[in-house]
Structures are given as C-alpha cells and as structure tokens.
Write a protein that binds this ligand. Sequence first.
Ligand code: CMX
Length: 439
Amino acid sequence: MILHEKISEQLPKWRERIRALAREHADVVVDTVTIGEVVGGMRDTKSLLTDISYVDPAEGIRFRGMTIPEVLKALPKARGGKMPMVGGLYYLLIVGEVPTKEQALEVEAEWAKRATVPDYVFKMLKSMPKETHPMTLLSQAVLALQNESVFAHKYHSMKRDVYWDAALEDSLNLTAKLPLIAAFIYRMKYFGETGKPKYNSKQDYGTNFARLMKVANKNEYADLMRLYFIIHSDHESGNASAHATHLVGSTLSDIYYSFSGGLNALAGPLHGLANQESLAWLLDVHKQFSGVPSRDDLYKFAWDTLNSGHVIPGYGHGVLRVIDPRFVSQMEFAKKRFPDNELLRLADMVLDVVPQVLKEQGKAKSPAPNVDAISGTLQYYYGVREFEFYTVLFGVGRALGVSANYVWARALGQPIERPKSMTTKMLEDVVAKAVQQPA
Ligand code: CMX
C-alpha cells in the first residue's frame, strides 16, 4: 500500500539523522529548564521531537512545513467539493509530501476497505446508560477495538524495525472506523437510532461522515467536515491529547490504547471542551439582547464576563500570539456560505470587540481568537446543535495527526518517556544557591 512504500523509502535517511544527533551531539544544550517550567506544567519546554507539525507562535500551525492556506490550496480537492480530501491530508502528514489526486484517492480507498466496525463495539455502546457522555462512548469504543490490534497480536513475533508497519496497519484501521463510530454515537444518543452504519466506498471520508450524521445540507456539511478534520488533525506534540497519545504509545502500547488515552485528555474542560463553551457564550449574548447587540452592549457584556471571574471562551492561547489560522479558515468558509446568518454576524462583532476588552484587561498574553471561537457556530448552522458532541468531532480529526505521529515514533524507535521529577525542597535549595551566588 502506498503509505507503507513511502515510509520504507524514507526510513533509512530519517533513522540516520536521529541516530547521528543522539550519538554525536547528545550533550549539546538546546534549552535550560527553569523553575517556571518545572512548576508550570512544562510550558514551552523543548523536549519532544516531531517532523509532522509545528506551531509557530507568530504564525500558527504548519503541517509538514505548510501553513493552513497552503495546505488547503495544494491538496487535491474532493469530487464535487471545494475542500481537499482528508485522505490527501493523511498522506501529507505521513509521507511529508503533497500527494497527487491518485495518491490521495488511494488513501481514501484504503479507508473504504477497512471501514467496518465489529458488532461487539456497537453492542457495548448500546448497553451504556443513556446519559453517558459521548466522549466516554468514543474512548470506550476505541479501547474496545484494541482487541483487533495488529501491533499487539504481532508484538512477540516481529522485529523492532518493522513495528511501524504494524502501527500503520492499526492506524489506517482506526482512522477508517472513526467516522462510523462517531456518527453511530451521535444518532444513537440524540435520536435513538441504533442501525449499523455502512461506509460507502464511492464516497470520500467527508461525504461518508456527512451522510452518516444525516445532516440536511449533506454536501456543504461534507466540505465543512473535510476542513474541520484537516485543521484539527495536529498541533505539534505538546498539546494534551497529542502528548497523552505519544506517552502511552512510548510504552509500546498499540494505537488503540494510546489514542483512547489521548481522547481522555481531549475530554477535559481545559482542552477540547472550549468549542462548546464558546458557542454557549455567543448564544447567551444572542439571548440576552434578542439578537445581535450594539457594539457598546457587547463591550459591556464582555467586561461583565471578565468581572464575574470567567474567561471569554475561544480567545487566548497557550502558544499562539496571533489570530489562529484555524479560526480564519473557518470564518472564511462561513462568510462564503452564510454571510447573513445572525450568529455569524455576532461572532464577527465579537472578533472586533473582545480582543480590545482583553487588551484593556491586560492579562491574556494573546487577545486573539483561537480555533474554538467559531467552530461551534458552524456546527450549529448545519443543525448539529448538541454541544457536548462537539469534542467527538475534534477527536475524529485529532486521530489523524496523533496516529501519523505514532507510526513515525515507532519507525524511529523513539524511547519510552520518563522525565525526572524533583522535590520542592530540591527546588528551594537551587533557588537559595542562586541567590547566594548570582550569575
Ligand atoms: N479570557 C479571560 N482571561 C484570559 C483569557 C480569556 N480568553 N485568556 C487568558 N486569560 C487570562 C488567563 O486566565 C490568565 O489569568 P491568571 O493570570 O489570572 O491565571 C492570564 O490571562 C494569562 O494567561 P495566558 O498566559 O495568556 O494564557 P494561558 O496559557 O494561561 O491559557 C488558555 C491559555 C487558552 C487556556 C486561555 O487563553 C483561556 O482560558 N482561553 C479561553 C478558553 C479557550 O478558548 N480555550 C481553548 C484553547 C484552544 C486550544 O486548546 O487549542
């Protein structure tokens, strides 16, 4: 299969580059760790290696060196749509080159071949209490699929240098099954439908997902979801869902165990949940003012939110210091398709007002919007209005990036993660010494 061939071709060169770094330059200092990093959640500590994506604070995400606008322009488009095929993005993440249309279609065909979910997974989902959170259901379904892991079954009989091959098999199987599982969870939980979803091999990833979700405007929603899955796929390796997947995988747990761990991280309110909070905030404004308020009223509402001790969801970022290009691409999508929508006009006004309010408050390092400021508005417009489901959509997209990283981590023999801890007393001793002997 095409992804196997491409990795085989590239692997010797990559292995040699990493080995040379470890063999000849292990003592070269990249950065010094500060006490701020030790006590502050390792913020910005340079200690992870990936060539798949990189977040530049002044520019945003680059996938294999390409910005989002470059990716959207360069990747082959889906038939009948304006957005690229998700299969082309997966090829780019894994191979590191822009695929031809045929190569992107080959990945799509691989997914179609593998897109079946064993009955026991659906049975398990159906047996869960009705109120179970959709992220719990998704994580459980992924974990249940561990039973199918090629990597786990072959582990004792394969050599280390082919781990990546089994990892790629699993990753293709997992990513192929996720649209079926996510759409099943949606239709079961909110509409009581439990029929077995079927993938259509004549349709691409985006269209299959839109059809299975039963969204009325299927074609536009398919295009939205292509864009959505692409921009949510990866955000380098330090974010919680990517890092959790990487950490679990570093023990040679297979991608099912690893990604289920990643999903559990994504389910946290500080990570994947902000998209629903952001839409809820917009709807609150809309309700309070019975429509789009005046600029002055919105300004006051934003200040009231801050004064009541809450954050304004969808604004600010841990790394980015500019407007998130993932926000921009979604805003452009919306403005082209439903420019007169009231909620969109409100989101636009928020974009004008909130950064000013955050600047005046002077706390947030970045007052600009992040990806979550708009993604819920788009889902809401197309009729997916069950907020708590939004993180599941994020999860389906995130699988693409973390599984590509998982394959390369096995290919390059990345070791088990084991950072070192210190005690508070040790840190205090370091500080005392530094105070006695200033540099
Ligand atoms: N509204 C109000 N206050 C904000 C803020 C916002 N949107 N963004 C940052 N701040 C505050 C922080 O709470 C912090 O206050 P304290 O010093 O009182 O703790 C201060 O500004 C400094 O924060 P920061 O260094 O700029 O940002 P952090 O790295 O600590 O946090 C983030 C980043 C995203 C959690 C934060 O900006 C935030 O809470 N934003 C709103 C929630 C949100 O949109 N989350 C989605 C993130 C997207 C993603 O995960 O990719």
